[in-house]
Write a protein that binds this ligand. Structure first.
Ligand code: HEM
Length: 406
């Protein structure tokens, strides 16, 4: 089954080929994702030696079955291949039982109350960032909001002062960045929480009502029933995980919000007139342009998809950005429609490792959109000067300038 969009696309000839590092696919991977879903639902890339599933149900199977698909070898191809050491506390890359304890501990301190408490501060931050731009005729979704707001929000959550944040973000970015077209360095440097050590040591002596203070004191029972606390290094690793998982991803959500609503001014107008549409608009943006294109696992044993055996030990990528447009789940999945029937998208993953920060990311997206519309009900993006970011793990805009009526 092939539809017109696929036939017309140059990527539609020859055998299906998807290379997550190739900038051509990075810019618009959707035609090839569509071909993967239809022609190669279990896709094998011999250059980088990984398998990928692209249908919604297959992504759910990979992410929902932790017996067959493990996380402890890492989640991106470079890490899974290199056997990079993963420190205790980097629980996105841990399996049960350790993952269960660590995730449970963060769930207990990263509460809905804590997220709600941040709303007012997030709104105030948006006002500070956007007010000076009113009347100038232009702004940049990333420079002025996306690259600042998610980092500051994590700082608010952790109780970290602004001056320490920039430096921490710089270090995280250095470790995540790839040279366009080339894989991520696989030294494991990106997992280190050393950037936050001085601050954590200070917090040890000066506890307050913040996430780091809670992490330093919270206890959990391990599999033997013994009561345990996180070590200082584990707390540092938790912080590194939260920054790594919640910063660039949410930044990209803000960029996609700017891009997609510029391309759909009719839907933007409706949202502006009826603000109760904001939550469903953010869900549709998340579905349509997932900041993380794929989530990786390693096959723990031989597994079968569509008659093909994937050998134990192989990386298997759940291409959530492809699953999010699967027509089997989302009618007219390639269309951006804030009024579509709500079905759960895969942008925050699925199952045991599903994103713990999703309520916060959603609130950030909603507040950002509301505060943007309050000041700029209309905008046009300046695509000639827009730039995509160069990581293979997070897809979106590094700069997205916009013109607004002055
Ligand atoms: C639009 C923004 C975001 C996206 C697209 C996103 C996406 C994801 C995805 C796909 C996973 C699952 C990974 C897997 O199964 O291996 C995940 C896990 C996680 N995310 Fe997010 N995330 C976002 C924002 C955030 C924020 C704001 C935070 C915290 C402040 C956060 C913290 C986490 C943590 C701690 C995990 C690990 C959960 C586990 O392994 O049990 N994320 N995220």
């Amino acid at each position: 089954m092939m539809d017109v969009a696929v036939k017309e696309n140059p990527a539609a000839t020859g055998p299906v080929h998807w290379d997550p590092y190739n900038q051509r696919y990075f810019k618009n991977p959707y035609p090839v994702f569509q071909r993967m879903r239809e022609e190669a639902p279990i896709y094998y890339n011999d250059e980088f030696d990984f398998y990928a599933v692209s249908r919604y149900d297959d992504c759910v199977r990979v992410l929902g079955d932790r017996e067959d698909f493990i996380s402890s070898k890492g989640g991106v191809i470079e890490h899974m291949r290199s056997g990079v050491p993963i420190p205790s506390g980097m629980f996105i890359y841990e399996d049960a039982p350790l993952h269960t304890f660590h995730r449970g501990l963060l769930t207990r301190v990263f509460t809905p109350r804590r997220v709600r408490m941040l709303e007012k501060e997030i709104r105030e931050f948006c006002a500070r960032a956007l007010d000076p731009l009113v009347g100038t005729g232009h702004f940049d979704f990333i420079e002025h909001l996306g690259s600042e707001m998610p980092m500051r929000v994590i700082g608010m959550l952790l109780g970290m002062p602004e001056e320490d944040l920039k430096e921490a973000q710089r270090r995280v970015d250095d470790n995540m960045r790839t040279i366009p077209g080339q894989p991520l360095q696989s030294s494991g440097k990106g997992f280190s929480g050393e950037a936050y050590s001085e601050y954590v040591d200070w917090r040890l002596k000066h506890p307050s009502d913040d996430l780091i203070s809670d992490l330093l004191t919270a206890e959990y029972k391990d599999e033997t029933g013994e009561l345990k606390k996180l070590s200082r290094d584990e707390v540092l690793t938790f912080i590194s995980l939260i920054f790594g998982a919640g910063n660039e991803t949410t930044n990209r959500l803000i960029g996609w919000t700017g891009k997609l609503l510029a391309e759909h001014p009719d839907q933007r107008r409706q949202i502006n007139e009826d603000r109760s549409l904001i939550p469903q608009a953010i869900e549709e943006i998340l579905r349509y342009e997932s900041p993380g294109p794929y989530v990786g696992r390693t096959a723990a044993r031989d597994v079968e998809f569509h008659g093909v055996t994937v050998p134990a030990g192989m990386p298997v990528l759940a291409v959530v950005a492809a699953g999010n447009r699967d027509e089997r789940k989302f009618a007219n999945g390639e269309a951006f429609d804030i009024h579509r029937k709500r079905e759960a998208h895969l942008t925050f993953g699925f199952g045991f490792h599903a994103c713990l920060g999703n309520p916060l990311a959603r609130i950030e997206g909603r507040i950002a959109l509301e505060e943007l519309l309050n000041r700029f009900p209309e905008w046009e993006v300046d695509m000639a000067n827009a730039k995509m970011s160069s990581t293979s793990t997070v897809r979106g805009w590094e700069s997205l300038p916009a013109f607004v009526p002055a």
